[in-house]
Design a protein around this ligand. Sequence first.
Ligand SMILES: [Zn+2]
Length: 114
Amino acid sequence: MHELGIMESAIGAVLREARARGAMRVHRIVLRIGTLSGVEPEALRFAFDVAAADTLAATATLDIENVPARAHCSACHEEFGVETGFIFTCPRCGQLCGDIRQGRELELSHLEMS
Ligand SMILES: [Zn+2]
């Protein structure tokens, strides 16, 4: 389960930030996860419980924002939503394209601590 490794490094970054700000407790962590990032939100929640145990973030709320994938067509400049995969067909002109503009995010977007 690679979600545990991802969450361990996310928690590591959160704890470094908390120490840098002199925080005693982390209240809320918001992650942005693209639908093409290859990460399962449910597995990430489970990994969070494991990785955050016995840390300043143990009681924090984990919110996951799903970022829908969008691709851009270089032929007609249409931008369109996609589900999964690597190569997409433009719904406007039929051109194949793999220019993903969003959906691969795996980032910490918000942090609350005190
Ligand atoms: Zn197109």
